[in-house]
Ligand binder design. Structure first.
Ligand SMILES: Cc1cc2nc3c(=O)[nH]c(=O)nc-3n(C[C@H](O)[C@H](O)[C@H](O)COP(=O)(O)OP(=O)(O)OC[C@H]3O[C@@H](n4cnc5c(N)ncnc54)[C@H](O)[C@@H]3O)c2cc1C
Length: 498
C-alpha cells in the first residue's frame, strides 16, 4: 500500500506551484495527472499574461492573489529558469465611450495595490504605438504586467518538486475518494489506490466533480468558457506590446499581444459551452477574434496566421468570501480539516498570474489547520533550464557542438531545435514521451511549417530512446498515433489481395 502525506490531483500550473511549495517541507507527496503529460489542461492554452492586477474587483480573492502573485514572478522565474518578461501592458480605450472604462480600471488598480499605473493621453499613446487604431481616446499603462512561457511555468515548478522528492504519476486519473468513516484516507484511480493524510484538489475544469465525490459544495459548478486564438508567423507580423481592450463583464476582451517566443497572438473570445473537452475552433469564434483584434490594430492581416487554438476557462459560481461584494465568479479555495481535503477551484484568469500566490495561500491554510510542516534543510529552490540552441551565440553553439555533436543536428528548422535538446527532454526528470510533450518543452513544430519537417525525425528519436515501435509513438497519449502500419506490411497486404 503506497501512502503519502499529500496527494495533489492535477498537474496544471496550480497543482505544480502547490507541489513545489510543499516540497520545501519534510513531507511525502504524490501528484496524479490524468493526461500523458503535465500542462495539458487550461494551463496549456491561455494568453500567458502575468496580469498586473487592476482588473479583478477590489476585495475579491482574485484581486488579492493576482496582485500578490504578480510580485512573486521575478524570483520564481529566476530560480526555476522560466522564460518571463516584465513587458508592461496597455489597456486601450477606443472612442469617447471607453474613457470611463479606462479610468475605472486605474481606480481599481490603485485600490488593489498595483504599483506603476499610468494614464496616457491620445497623443502620448499614438506617439508610442503608431500602429494603433487612430480612434484611441485614452490608455492605461501598467509597468508590472508581464508575459511568461505557460508550459515552462508548469513544468519547471513540478520538476523542481520532483528533484526535491515529490513523485508524479501521469495517465493516472482520480476516480473517487477512499474514506475511513468521514475522513478521506486516499484516492481510487485507474492505476490503483493511493493513500494519504491530505488530498489537494487542483483538477481545474473538473475540480467541481472531484469535490462532489466528497459530498462538499454540491452547489458549486464549473461551466467551461471557451476562448479562441490566432497565432502569427513572427517573421511576417510582429507586435511587441501587450494590448488589452477595455474589458466587458464577461471577459478581459480580445487582445493583441506577443508571446515570450516573439509570436503575435490575438484572442480570446468568450463563450460558454457544455463539453469540458471541447477545444475545437469555430468559424464564428475566429471571426469575432479577428474583428475584435482589428479594433485595436486595424492592419492585422490573417494571411500571416500559422495556427489557431482554443482554451477553456474554469468559470465557477463561487461567491466572494468578502460579504460586502456581490461577485459570483471568485476563486474557491478552502480547507476542510475534518475531511482532509483542500479545494482549489474556479481558477479562471488571472489564474496563471496568481498561481504562486495560490500556492502560498494553500500552505497558510494548512499551517492554520495545524498541519506539521517542517522546512527541509536540503531543499533546493533552483531548477536549471536546459540549453536552448536558438538562444546561444555562435561561439556558444560551437562549444556545445564540440562537446556533444547531437547539438549540431537541427531537427526543427523553423525554431532551430536540435537533436541534443530533444534527447535531453526525453531523459529529463519529468520525461517527454510524446510529440506534443517535446513541442511544449522545446518549441519544436511551432513555426511556419507546423512540424512538417521535424515529425519523422522526432518519431524516430522517441521510438529509439523509449525503446518503442514507431507505431506506438503518439501525439498526445491515448490513441493519438501517427503511424498505424509499416509500409512493407501494407505492400504485403496489397500483394495478398491481388
Ligand atoms: C482563454 C484563456 C485565457 C487565459 N489567459 C490567462 C492569462 O493571460 N493570464 C492568467 O493569469 N490566466 C489566464 N487564464 C487562466 C489560466 O490559464 C488558468 O487559471 C490556469 O491555467 C488554471 O490552472 P489549473 O492548474 O487550475 O488548471 P489546469 O491547467 O486545467 O490543470 C488541471 C489539471 O487537472 C487534471 N485533471 C482533471 N481531472 C483529473 C482527474 N480526474 N484525475 C487526474 N487529473 C485530473 C487536468 O488534466 C489538468 O491537467 C486563461 C484561461 C483561458 C482559458
Amino acid at each position: 500500500m503506497e501512502k503519502f502525506d499529500f496527494i495533489i490531483i492535477g498537474a496544471g500550473v496550480v497543482g505544480a506551484m502547490i507541489a513545489r511549495s510543499l516540497s520545501r517541507y519534510e513531507v511525502s507527496l504524490l501528484v496524479i495527472e490524468k493526461e500523458s503529460d503535465v500542462c495539458m489542461g487550461t494551463s496549456s492554452a491561455n494568453t500567458s499574461i502575468i496580469h498586473a492586477g487592476y482588473d479583478p474587483l477590489p476585495g475579491t480573492l482574485k484581486a488579492e492573489l493576482n496582485v500578490k502573485g504578480n510580485k512573486l514572478w521575478d524570483t520564481l522565474a529566476f530560480e526555476l529558469g522560466i522564460p518571463f518578461k516584465r513587458t508592461g501592458d496597455y489597456v486601450i480605450g477606443i472612442g469617447k465611450e471607453e474613457i470611463d472604462g479606462v479610468e475605472e480600471l486605474y481606480k481599481r488598480g490603485v485600490e488593489n495595490g498595483v504599483n506603476g499605473l499610468e494614464i496616457l493621453k491620445k497623443e502620448e499613446i499614438l506617439t508610442k504605438l503608431q500602429y494603433l487604431n487612430r480612434e484611441v481616446s485614452l490608455a492605461l499603462f501598467a509597468s508590472s504586467g508581464g508575459i511568461v512561457d505557460p508550459f515552462q511555468a508548469t513544468l519547471a515548478p513540478l520538476e523542481n518538486a520532483v528533484l526535491n522528492g515529490a513523485k508524479i504519476l501521469l495517465e493516472t486519473s482520480f476516480e473517487d475518494f477512499i474514506f475511513n468513516g468521514k475522513r478521506i484516507i486516499g484516492v481510487k484511480t485507474n492505476k490503483g489506490d493511493f493513500y494519504s493524510d491530505w488530498v489537494i484538489n487542483a483538477a481545474g475544469l473538473y475540480s467541481d466533480k472531484v469535490m462532489h465525490k466528497a459530498h462538499v459544495h454540491e452547489e458549486f459548478t464549473i461551466t467551461p468558457r471557451k476562448g479562441e486564438y490566432y497565432i502569427f508567423d513572427r517573421n511576417d507580423f510582429s507586435i511587441k506590446e501587450v494590448l488589452f481592450p477595455v474589458p466587458t463583464k464577461a471577459s478581459k476582451g480580445i487582445m493583441v499581444t506577443t508571446t515570450v517566443h516573439g509570436n503575435t497572438i490575438i484572442g480570446p473570445n468568450s463563450h460558454e459551452i457544455e463539453d469540458k473537452e471541447d477545444t475545437s475552433n469555430t468559424e464564428e469564434g475566429l471571426t469575432s477574434v479577428y474583428e475584435g483584434a482589428r479594433k485595436l490594430v486595424p492592419t492585422i492581416n490573417l494571411k500571416h496566421v500559422i495556427a489557431m487554438f482554443a482554451g477553456l476557462r474554469a468559470t465557477g459560481n463561487a461567491r466572494s468570501p468578502n460579504p460586502n461584494i456581490d461577485y459570483n465568479h471568485d476563486y474557491l479555495i478552502d480547507i476542510l480539516p475534518n475531511l482532509g481535503l483542500v479545494n482549489i477551484a474556479g481558477i479562471e484568469s488571472p489564474g496563471l498570474a496568481s498561481s504562486p500566490a495560490i500556492a502560498e495561500y494553500v500552505i497558510n491554510l494548512l499551517k492554520d489547520a495545524n498541519v506539521k510542516l517542517k522546512e527541509k534543510k536540503d531543499f533546493n529552490p533552483v531548477r536549471k533550464p536546459r540549453v536552448r540552441f536558438r538562444d546561444l551565440s555562435n561561439d556558444e553553439r560551437k562549444k556545445l557542438v564540440e562537446n556533444n555533436p547531437s547539438y549540431g543536428r537541427i531537427i526543427c528548422r523553423c525554431e532551430n531545435v536540435t537533436e541534443g535538446e530533444i534527447l535531453a527532454e526525453i531523459h529529463a526528470p519529468i520525461p517527454a514521451k510524446t510529440y506534443d510533450a517535446l513541442k511544449r518543452r522545446t518549441w519544436l513544430g511551432t513555426g511556419r511549417c507546423q512540424g512538417a519537417f521535424d515529425l519523422p525525425r522526432v518519431i524516430e528519436l522517441l521510438s529509439k530512446e523509449l525503446n518503442l515501435d514507431p507505431t506506438e509513438i503518439t501525439k498526445r497519449g491515448n490513441n493519438s498515433k501517427f503511424l498505424f502500419r509499416k509500409t512493407k506490411e501494407v505492400q504485403n497486404a496489397v500483394k495478398r489481395y491481388l
